[in-house]
Write a protein that binds this ligand. Structure first.
Ligand SMILES: Cc1cc2nc3c(=O)[nH]c(=O)nc-3n(C[C@H](O)[C@H](O)[C@H](O)COP(=O)(O)O)c2cc1C
Length: 335
């Protein structure tokens, strides 16, 4: 199916009953795309955000930690897309119902995670070794919920194996509303390059909207992938870390303009907002993830290495933020 993103100007597209106004999506990233990060991406116009992957078995037990992964604000995150992983049709279907009850507008199924722990237990991209099971999981979920169901997957388990080209028509027949394809094999992890020619082939040959994922590093690349590959939307993952404005910039480029770089004041304000929202969720425990997160925002400062060391030594969020502010405000570090 072809989508008309080739003309400047923003249109809209849909996943089943859910219409979306931007074709640039924040990729799900375990440990990262919690509500604070998704909220920032949304504030910069991301068309869709997806939760981190949530275990179907754990969700069925309704443990507070697992339910917490589905925290959102329904005034700000619509549609709300919850990603689930599981390998048993019944428990995945049950978890999807719970996610729907908790406010999900879209259920995304993870058939793509290559992490050893996930694959060794038969989850994530290991499901591509058994396409009949993958299909039956999707069918069980589409039958269990009244909201659109999507699947995020990779090319195949390994080169030479049947994979997404065989699976896509089966998923369409099972009632799946869209497929996200990360253009790598399961056995590849993150090595090599994402195969956008294969993503384009799927987009040209599938009846479903295809979302392309892999190695988009700039707003210009997001737009050129969107225009040249015929996908309905492009996902941005690693390049959005510390750069949530990439969604605004991608829309600027799509509209025929140039990407406006954020000012240093904006970068600092966004970093502080990210930290504040994380602190609201985690309290003093936020100091640990903030060691990494604050440096995403500060990595382009001169003297970033010294700042990283100083922030790593601090156990109090307040002190970490003071150090960050001094670095930005003194301007001494700016490249
Ligand atoms: C730290 C990290 C965690 C990820 N976690 C998930 C996940 O929970 N679910 C998922 O479908 N993909 C996950 N991914 C894959 C991304 O969604 C995306 O497909 C991949 O990173 C390629 O896109 P990128 O080059 O824009 O980062 C993760 C990637 C990274 C780097």
């Amino acid at each position: 199916m072809c989508w008309s993103w080739s003309e400047p100007g923003v249109g809209s597209w849909a996943i089943g009953s859910q219409s979306l106004t931007s074709p640039f999506i924040l990729a799900p990233m375990a440990g990262l795309t919690n509500w604070p990060f998704r909220r920032l991406a949304l504030s910069y116009g991301a068309g869709l955000t997806v939760t981190e992957m949530v275990s179907a078995v754990a969700l069925a037990h309704r443990g507070p930690k697992t339910v917490g992964l589905l925290r959102t604000d329904s005034r700000l995150e619509r549609p709300f897309c919850a990603q689930l992983f599981g390998k048993a049709p019944e428990s995945l279907a049950q978890a999807a119902q719970i996610a729907q009850e908790l406010g999900a507008d879209i259920i995304d199924l993870n058939f793509g995670c290559p992490a050893r722990k996930v694959v060794n237990s038969g989850h994530g991209v290991a499901l591509l070794k058994d396409l009949a099971l993958a299909e039956s999981l999707a069918r069980a979920v589409t039958r269990a919920v009244s909201i659109p169901v999507t699947v995020k997957t990779r090319l195949a388990w390994a080169p030479g194996w049947p994979g997404v080209f065989e699976l896509a028509p089966r998923l369409a027949a099972a009632g799946v509303a869209a497929i996200t394809l990360h253009g790598r094999y399961g056995t590849q992890g993150f090595a090599g390059e994402a195969d956008w020619a294969a993503i384009q082939r799927l987009a040209e040959n599938s009846s479903l909207p295809i979302i392309g994922s892999g190695d988009v590093t700039s707003p210009e690349e997001a737009v050129s992938r969107l225009r040249s590959s015929g996908v309905a939307a492009v996902m941005i993952g690693r390049a959005a870390r510390g750069r949530p404005w990439i969604f605004r910039q991608s829309l600027e480029v799509l509209g025929g303009g140039e990407a406006t770089p954020p000012t240093w004041e904006e970068r600092l304000a966004v970093a502080l907002r990210h930290a504040r929202w994380l602190f609201e969720d985690l309290g003093p425990r936020a100091a640990f993830p903030l060691r990494t997160i604050l440096m995403w925002y500060a990595r382009e400062l001169r003297g970033a290495a010294a700042l990283r060391e100083a922030i790593n030594r601090e156990e109090k969020v307040e002190r970490q933020l003071e150090l960050l502010e001094i670095s930005f405000r003194e301007g001494a570090y700016q490249r």
